[in-house]
Design a protein. Structure first.
Lengths: 306, 555
């Protein structure tokens, strides 16, 4: 009796034939489910990896930046493009709100993706293949992918990562032969200026080189996610025509007027919460670690954008 | 102070009755908050309308999750625990004053967290995965609520002790209370996990602790988030058995089996959080496979046992009432005009066919790859928590109004329709979300046209159809929830007072006559139904693995 004490002898009541049958079927099914998962590790070709390395956001940021600088062959919508060698280690950097770099893979070749985040958690969702993995900061998750089809694929973010979550989308192109690159507009891939080499030569960069280097920083650090250069604004102010402009900003709760110059840009990068441009109070910028050199390159780049 | 119920004959402690009422009222308020947010969310994700801005969308996802999954369900469960440990046992409430303190803590938690969310200080989703950080008062609100709930659970055990000592019931606990007891035990484990993770996170938000490891956070948080779903399941199944007695005078055809199944929930739920780490870094495949299954999925087995035991309790009772013709006369002659009965049957169907099947399949290590964090996941738990738990709670409320609030149900005709409307609405919503998820659509995502992004992605064109279907289901579910809330509010405020059994609109059935000696099958109709369920499960199982096999290779 559901609401009364059970009748006498309930504990020793025989189990009916049909209930017994069902329980046996259910138990067999449950054991089968377990065995199935184990067997898939032996015979199946889609198994989440068990390899994770401990890292931290600064270290992973440096690793992936260095990786991209060394292997970058071009740029697509402000995101660097890398064409890794089959069976090589590839760094995939998730940050608010972009996936970097764009990757060119060859069909039926394996690539070891090291995926990590340098801010909050993200969701690596490869579409339209529909494969989904979680991305943590501080954990370098190594997944060895082997694409089984050619085409253009997108990585969307499916773990909430802040107000710009929906703009976080990356790209993977899978080709069979080099000619296939044409259909993705990637036939003229070339390398960006190698700032490291130039710096090592000891010569100071020319103004034009500074601008190029600044553009590279812009791409590498993902500034483009919030700051466009075509006048459109989504999350932060656009950069074209920004230099020398009068802007209203909020400092310590008071609205003041400032002129965008070297010092202001430098302060905005180092202490983004100090002065917040009116109209962008709800999307404050995160601190992005840049060296002084990189900052002056970015300033040169902003200056060049009329 | 007791009154003796003139309808059921139970002795009702008036202190306990008050506490049951106030917790139930707060449950309904939470549900109202949750569904108002829900309908706005539906019309935001439905792209042709795209109602809210990104900010408010994420804010209300957080708000909806907290109110629906935590406040509504736990307030209702506390009412249920008090009911099962006093009224059903003819016993008194051990410490009413403490009951009010527990309620006060929970109510304060509800207000605090909700206010902070609406102020825009906690746009972190219900899961608040670190390093996303909310205002400290948000975490504090949840901690207060959890402490209140823990006190309520302890009071439940106190009530059981008193009833046992004062011998207010027979030899063994009634099955309903036994089920609730397992729910309460799981609740202790769950709330302990909650404390272990929310207290350091609270300190972290205050700046006292430097870092909360995201992997550790997820592991322990889901010890709260997932295990608490097992409280819901245990409470819900207990109510199923109770409605079997109330509506047709039935009980489990073998109480030992049903009770053992409840125990399995306690024993095999401990690391339910593993289901949420299947495609995460940090833990190995061996860890994942072992901790999701313990080699044989005994928590799933428990639900499958109930899947037979609950319908067969109806079937067996109906057959003893004489509805013995063929395989399904027991079902066709069932009291379909009783909204509690129809709600429970629909909840069982929805929970099994939608929530249960997808839960098992999505919870396997490899198949999780094709659904993790897609909208199929909320689709799955709409099938468990909404069609299962919420509809069950709605159904039993139709008994609570006359028996506890002592009022007639206002708009009884509408009440008879409400469970069907809700079932159809959530079934459409849930199934569309599952299909959308299988097509790759992410959950918790403001704009599936990716406006402002460097690249674009167009989902399979079939998504448009399922978005529309989901919107339609959402509207139906919203309307039927509103109808339910209005019925409840009007009934308990202006409903006619109950003066005796003649005022009961829902039948309280006497116990079914004892069984004649029978040979062979006791519930052949149920066996057929469960076998149909098995076929559906197998079909979905192979379909999902086929889809998985078609993806890229990964290891």
């Amino acid at each position: 009796m559901s609401l009364f004490s059970p009748e006498e002898g309930w504990y020793h009541k025989k189990v009916s034939k049909d209930e017994k049958m069902w329980m046996v079927i259910a138990l067999v099914l449950c054991i089968m489910l377990f065995v199935w998962m184990v067997l898939w590790h032996v015979y199946g070709r889609q198994n989440p990896s068990s390899i994770t390395y401990r890292t931290n956001t600064v270290e992973f940021g440096k690793l992936s930046d260095a990786y991209v600088k060394q292997n970058m062959v071009g740029m697509d919508k402000g995101v660097p493009i890398v064409r890794p060698q089959p069976n090589s280690d590839v760094f995939v950097h998730a940050q608010m709100w972009r996936w970097s770099p764009v990757l060119i893979f060859e069909k039926d070749q394996s690539y070891k993706l090291h995926i990590s985040s340098t801010d909050v958690q993200h969701g690596f969702s490869l579409q339209p293949v529909n494969m989904n993995f979680q991305v943590y900061p501080g954990y370098d998750y190594v997944l060895e992918f082997k694409p089984t089809e050619t085409g253009e694929f997108k990585i969307i973010c499916n773990e909430f990562c802040g107000i710009g979550h929906h703009t976080m989308i990356g790209k993977i192109v899978v080709i069979e032969k080099d000619e296939d690159l044409k259909q993705y507009g990637y036939e003229n891939l070339k390398k960006a200026p190698d700032t490291i080499a130039t710096q090592n030569s000891g010569k100071p960069l020319s103004e034009a080189e500074m601008v190029l280097a600044g553009e590279q920083v812009y791409t590498l650090k993902g500034c483009i996610t919030c700051h466009k250069t075509d006048g459109t604004t989504i999350i932060g102010p656009a950069w074209n025509g920004l230099y020398g402009k009068e802007e209203k900003v909020i400092e310590n709760g008071k609205t003041i007027s400032i002129k965008v110059d070297d010092d202001y840009i430098k302060e905005s990068i180092l202490h983004p919460q100090q002065k917040i441009t009116v109209g962008y109070e709800k999307t404050p910028m995160t601190t992005i670690p840049l060296t002084d050199e990189e900052i002056s390159q970015v300033i040169a780049y902003i200056k060049s954008l009329k | 102070m007791f009154r003796t119920c003139d309808i059921t004959g139970f002795k009702v402690d008036l202190q306990s009755q008050k506490l049951i009422k106030v917790n139930a009222v707060f449950a309904v308020i939470s549900l109202l908050l949750a569904v108002v947010a829900a309908i706005l969310l539906v019309f935001t994700r439905y792209q042709p309308v795209h109602l809210l801005g990104a900010e408010w969308y994420y804010r209300l996802v957080t708000f909806h999750g907290l109110n629906a999954l935590i406040f509504w369900i736990i307030f209702f469960e506390v009412a249920g625990l008090y009911f099962g440990s006093t009224v059903v046992l003819n016993s008194r409430f051990c410490a009413p004053r403490l009951g009010w303190i527990a309620f006060g803590l929970m109510a304060a938690g509800l207000v605090m967290s909700n206010v902070i969310i609406l102020m825009g200080k906690a746009d972190v989703m219900l899961t608040s995965y670190t390093p996303l950080k909310a205002h400290p008062l948000y975490y504090l609100g949840i901690i207060l609520f959890a402490v209140g709930a823990l006190v309520a659970v302890i009071l439940f055990f106190g009530n059981l002790m008193i009833a046992k000592r004062e011998k207010t019931y027979g030899e063994s606990l009634p099955l309903f209370t036994y089920g609730l007891m397992t729910a309460a035990i799981i609740a202790v484990i769950t709330l302990a996990s909650g404390a272990i993770i929310y207290i350091p996170t609270f300190l972290w938000s205050l700046g006292i602790i430097d870092n909360i490891d995201p992997g550790m956070y997820k592991l322990i948080w889901w010890g709260l988030g997932h295990s608490s779903q097992q409280i819901n399941v245990a409470a819900m199944v207990s109510i199923w058995y109770m409605v079997s007695q109330l509506s047709v005078g039935g009980t489990s055809i073998n109480e030992r089996i049903s009770r053992s199944a409840f125990v399995l929930y306690i024993l095999f739920i401990c690391l339910a959080s593993a289901h949420h780490l299947l495609t995460d870094p940090g833990v190995s495949s061996a860890w994942k496979v072992w901790n999701t299954s313990y080699a044989m999925y005994l928590a799933v087995l428990a639900s499958m046992i109930h899947a037979f035991a609950v319908p067969s309790s109806f079937e067996s009772a109906q057959r003893r009432w004489g509805y013995n013709k063929g395989l399904f006369q027991w079902l066709s002659k069932a009291p379909w005009g009783n909204p509690a009965f129809s709600a429970i049957i629909l909840a069982i169907i929805g929970f099994g066919f939608i929530g249960g099947t997808t839960g098992v399949i999505f919870g396997m290590e490899q198949t999780n790859i094709i659904v993790h964090n897609t909208i199929a996941i909320p689709g799955h738990f709409k099938g468990t928590v909404v069609i299962g738990t919420t509809l069950t709670f709605m159904g039993i409320t139709y008994y609570l109004i006359p028996l506890i609030f002592r009022r007639k149900i206002v708009g009884f005709k509408l009440a008879q329709w409400q469970p069907w409307l809700f079932f159809i609405g959530i079934a459409l919503l849930s199934i569309s979300m599952i299909v959308l998820g299988q097509l790759g659509v992410p959950r918790r995502h403001w704009d599936s046209t990716f406006s402002g992004a460097p690249f674009n992605y167009n989902f399979n064109p079939a998504v448009d159809f399922f978005w529309a279907l989901m919107m339609l289901g959402g509207v139906l579910a919203f309307l039927s929830t509103l109808i339910w809330i209005l019925i409840v509010v009007f009934s308990v405020t202006i409903g006619k007072k109950i003066t005796g059994p003649q005022d009961m609109q829902l039948k309280v059935s006497p116990l079914a006559p004892p069984a004649k000696k029978h040979k062979g099958f006791e519930a052949p109709g149920t066996l057929i139904l469960t076998l149909i369920f098995l076929l559906v499960f197998m079909a979905l199982f192979f379909l999902n693995w086929k889809w998985l096999a078609a993806t890229w290779n990964v290891k």
